[in-house]
Design a protein around this ligand. Structure first.
Ligand SMILES: Cc1cc2nc3c(=O)[nH]c(=O)nc-3n(C[C@H](O)[C@H](O)[C@H](O)COP(=O)(O)OP(=O)(O)OC[C@H]3O[C@@H](n4cnc5c(N)ncnc54)[C@H](O)[C@@H]3O)c2cc1C
Length: 434
C-alpha cells in the first residue's frame, strides 16, 4: 500500500467525504486518501425525525464504500496519533502514513463519565437520546403515558445544539394527538441562559414554548443520573442567592420565574447538598461530547482540547499543512453539517492555493451554521447565523417562497424531510456546491 499521499484525510464523515469529493470533482485532484474505520456512513440530521417516528432509520445509513469517492484511497483503519513535525499519522493496523497536507475530521465522541449514571441508563427503559439510538426515543415517546417529561442536555459543546429541543417539540405534538399532554409536565432543563442565541429565532421559539406550555429551566448543569429512582441531578451554574432566592425545595424555583425559570411547573424536585434533582418519568438528553481521545492526547489541541484551527482559514494554528473542520474543530460556532458545508470550500481552496502558490487563498469562513428547528410535524424554523450570532438567512430560500425563515413554515419542514437528505446524498457527498 502506498504510504504517502498528497492529501490525507482523517474521517469519512460529512466533513471528510465533502473535502475529498470537492478536491476530486472540482479541482481534478486525485492523490487523496481517507482513513476511516466504519462500514456505514450516517446522515445524522434525520435522526431527529427518526426519534419522532416520521423517518426510517435505515434511510439515514449508506455503506461507507458508496460515499467514498472512487478516485480516493480508502484506508480502512483508525488514526491513533500524530507526528506533525514529520508529516506523519499513526494508524492502528496500517503503520505510519505520511502526507503533504493533512485534513483532520474525525468528528466528536461521547464521554459518559462526565455524567455518572448516564452511560448505564442511556437507550434503556425511559432514558433516550436521538444522538445514540433515535429508534429507542420513538419507543419511549410512544410508551409515555404522562408525568414529568424531562428534556435536557450536557454542559459540553454538542452536535447541533438545537436537537435536544427539536425532539421535545415533536414529542409534545405527538402527546397532544394521543391525549397525553393533559397529564404531562414538559420540562426543558439546560445549562444555557436562553432558548436560542439568535434574537429573531429566540422570539419565535418562546412563542412555541408558550403554545406548548413548556417549563424552561436555565443554568442547569446535568451532573449525575440516578436511573433507579428516575432523578436527574443538576448543579446551578449561577447562584440564585443573587436573585434574593434560597432554594430549599422544588417549589422555591417559582420565585425565579423570569430568570432561572419560564412557565414554572411544580414538578417533583429533591434538594440535597446544593444539588437539585428533577424526578422524571421519561428523559431525553444529548450525551456529554468531547474530541476523540487520539486528538485530545495530541499536540494539535487548544486549551479546551478541541482541534486548534484558525477560525477563518481552518488552518491549524501551528502546523501550516494541517487543516481541520467539522465537529472536532474548536470554533466558536455550532457544530453542524450545515457549518461543514461552508467550511469545506475554504479548506479545499486553501490547500490548493498553498500547493500552487505557497500561501493560503482568500476564502474565509464566517462562522456560518444553521439549525433546522422543527417545532411540530409539518412546521420548521430555520436558524442561520454567523460568529456574531447574526441572523443570516440564505437568499436561496426565496426561491422556495420562504421569505421569513425565522417563523414557522411548512415549506421548511419539506426542506428538512425531503430536500436536504436528497441534496446531501446526491450533491454534497459528490463534491457539488449546493
Ligand atoms: C441527533 C442529531 C441531529 C442533528 N441535526 C443536524 C441538523 O439538523 N443539521 C445539521 O446541519 N447538522 C445536524 N447534526 C450534526 C451533524 O450530523 C454533524 O455536525 C456532522 O455529521 C459532523 O460531521 P463530521 O464529519 O465532523 O463528523 P461525523 O459525521 O461524525 O464523522 C466522523 C467520522 O470520523 C470517523 N472517525 C472517528 N474516529 C476516527 C479515527 N480515529 N480515525 C479515522 N476516522 C475516525 C468516524 O467513524 C466517522 O465516520 C445532527 C447530529 C445529530 C447527532
Amino acid at each position: 500500500m502506498q504510504n504517502h499521499h498528497k492529501v490525507l484525510i482523517i474521517g469519512g464523515g460529512t466533513a471528510g467525504i465533502m473535502v475529498a469529493a470537492q478536491l476530486i470533482e472540482q479541482k481534478n485532484f486525485t492523490d487523496v486518501a481517507i482513513i476511516e474505520p466504519a462500514d456505514t456512513h450516517y446522515y445524522q440530521p434525520a435522526w431527529t425525525l427518526v426519534g419522532a417516528g416520521t423517518y426510517d432509520y435505515e434511510k439515514t445509513a449508506r455503506p461507507m464504500a458508496s460515499v467514498i469517492p472512487k478516485q480516493a484511497t480508502w484506508v480502512k483503519d483508525k488514526a491513533t496519533g500524530f507526528d506533525p513535525e514529520n508529516n506523519t499519522v499513526h494508524t492502528a493496523n496500517s503503520g505510519d502514513l505520511t502526507y503533504d497536507f493533512l485534513v483532520v475530521a474525525p468528528g466528536l465522541t461521547y464521554d459518559m463519565s462526565m455524567v455518572p449514571g448516564l452511560g448505564d441508563a442511556l437507550d434503556k427503559g425511559v432514558v433516550c437520546s436521538n444522538y445514540t439510538d433515535p429508534e429507542h426515543t420513538w419507543k419511549v415517546i410512544q410508551n409515555f403515558k404522562g408525568g414529568t417529561a424531562l428534556f435536557t442536555q450536557p454542559a459540553t459543546p454538542i452536535k447541533c445544539g438545537g436537537a435536544p429541543q427539536k425532539i421535545m417539540y415533536l414529542a409534545e405534538s405527538h402527546w397532544r394527538k394521543t391525549g397525553v399532554t393533559d397529564k404531562t409536565d414538559i420540562v426543558f432543563a439546560t445549562p444555557g441562559t436562553v432558548i436560542f442565541g439568535v434574537p429573531e429565532i429566540k422570539k419565535t421559539l418562546m412563542e412555541v414554548v408558550d403554545r406548548k406550555d413548556i417549563n424552561l429551566r436555565f443554568f442547569h448543569k446535568l451532573v449525575e443520573l440516578d436511573a433507579e429512582n428516575q432523578i436527574a441531578w443538576y448543579e446551578l451554574t449561577k447562584d440564585p442567592a443573587g436573585e434574593g432566592v434560597s432554594l430549599t425545595s422544588g417549589e422555591d424555583f417559582k420565585d425565579l420565574e423570569g430568570t432561572f425559570v419560564h412557565n414554572f411547573k411544580n414538578v417533583k424536585v429533591t434538594v440535597k447538598d446544593g444539588r437539585f434533582g428533577i424526578h422524571y418519568d421519561m428523559l431525553h438528553t444529548a450525551p456529554p461530547s468531547v474530541a476523540p481521545e487520539f486528538i485530545r492526547n495530541s499536540s494539535l489541541v487548544n486549551d479546551a482540547k478541541w482541534l486548534e484551527v484558525d477560525q477563518y482559514t481552518m488552518q491549524h494554528k501551528r502546523f501550516s499543512n494541517i487543516f481541520g473542520l467539522g465537529d472536532v474543530a474548536g470554533l466558536p460556532t455550532a457544530k453542524t453539517g450545515a457549518a461543514i458545508r461552508k467550511q469545506v470550500p475554504v479548506v479545499v481552496d486553501n490547500i490548493i492555493t498553498l500547493m500552487q502558490h505557497q500561501q493560503t487563498g482568500n476564502k474565509e469562513y464566517n462562522g456560518y451554521s444553521s439549525c433546522p428547528l422543527v417545532t411540530d410535524y409539518g412546521k420548521m424554523v430555520l436558524a442561520e447565523f454567523d460568529y456574531d450570532n447574526k441572523f443570516t438567512p440564505d437568499p436561496k430560500l426565496k426561491q422556495m417562497l420562504v421569505f421569513n425563515s425565522d417563523k414557522e413554515h411548512w415549506r421548511l419542514w419539506m426542506l428538512k424531510k425531503y430536500m436536504l437528505p436528497y441534496l446531501y446524498w446526491n450533491k454534497m457527498m459528490r463534491g457539488q456546491d449546493v
